[in-house]
Ligand binder design. Structure first.
Ligand code: ATP
Ligand code: TZP
Ligand code: MG
Ligand code: MG
Length: 270
């Protein structure tokens, strides 16, 4: 994987404007739609049981996010997910807060068992809980940096049969064989609600234009983290409100030269 491939995939998203079908949470819906528009994708949120299958089959990717679960929404996710699986549309899963309550843990398990998930993305505690390893979590936020995240990503990918993305100060991607580490990002991302959720949807946008899920995920993390670093420079100490706006501007304006000069990743194994 070369950094130049990331900028050409970004160009591909902007040229092809892929439809990304999101079934997401009520906290982040608007931010997710604006972030997907800024990167060059076409967002749609469609939850009704009557249309979830039809929307998923025409999308470039389906993103399922458990942030504010209800039984009705879980049913929408399963209907949309089965349709996506039948039509070869990649399904990306954000198990928000899994491990915080029994309901979240049971629902994540159900989604992982009933659907073929291409990529799962969460903080270290969420990925550990999704993979059946207990890890403490405070609501939807990771409480502390977990131990060895590259080992966790590798074992979770094997256990879940999905490319696994663990985010935090350093991001890790593994398919159970290879492991990549991505060093882009900025701590201000943790002060904007939905920064993780939007990232999962942007992984959806890249998955719509790149069949290799590892490459789609690594590209998303480099692009997203580089945009955050540029936005933080423009924020100039003002704080999360200004950063949130600058971050959308950065996703929109990010150039190939920016990706090539800010992008920082390494292949650890594989
Ligand atoms: P959490 O629920 O723990 O807040 P999340 O779902 O919001 O997690 P994050 O792990 O915060 O997701 O990841 C979202 C983005 O923020 C990723 O691009 C990640 O690299 C970046 N990020 C998170 N923490 C840091 C940090 N301390 N320094 C730099 N970038 C970070
Ligand atoms: N509560 C339920 S979902 C949600 C909150 C605060 C948003 C979580 O967003 P992220 O991207 O995990 O920070
Ligand atoms: Mg967060
Ligand atoms: Mg999250």
């Amino acid at each position: 994987m070369k950094i130049q491939e990331f900028s050409s995939l970004l160009e591909k998203v902007r040229e092809s404007n892929p439809l990304v079908h999101n079934i997401t949470n009520v906290v982040v819906t608007n931010f997710t739609a604006n972030g997907l528009l800024a990167i060059g994708a076409s967002p749609v949120m469609a939850y009704a049981h009557e249309e979830a299958a039809d929307m998923a089959k025409i999308a470039g990717a389906l993103v399922l996010n458990m942030g504010t679960l209800t039984e009705k929404e879980v049913k929408s996710m399963l209907i949309a997910g089965k349709s996506a699986n039948q039509h070869g549309v990649p399904v990306i899963f954000d198990p928000v807060g899994v491990g915080a309550t029994a309901y979240r843990t049971e629902t994540a398990k159900r989604i992982l068992e009933e659907l073929d998930i291409a990529i799962i993305r969460g903080n270290a505690a969420e990925i550990a809980n999704a993979a059946g390893q207990n890890s403490s979590i405070k609501g939807v936020d990771a409480v502390e940096a977990a131990g060895n995240t590259s080992e966790l990503a590798e074992s979770a990918a094997k256990e879940l049969g999905a490319v696994t993305v663990i985010t935090g100060k350093q991001d890790i991607v593994s398919d159970g064989r290879s492991i990549y580490a991505i060093n882009n990002g900025h701590p201000l991302l943790t002060k904007v609600t939905g920064a993780g959720c939007l990232l999962t949807s942007i992984i959806g946008a890249f998955s719509a234009v790149e069949k290799d899920p590892v490459k789609a995920a690594v590209t998303s993390l480099v692009v997203y983290g580089s945009a955050a670093e540029i936005a933080a420079e423009k924020t100039g100490g003002k704080g999360p409100g200004t950063f949130q706006i600058e971050f959308l501007n950065s996703l929109y304006n990010l150039s190939a030269a920016d990706v090539e000069s800010y992008g920082s990743f390494e292949k650890m194994i594989g």
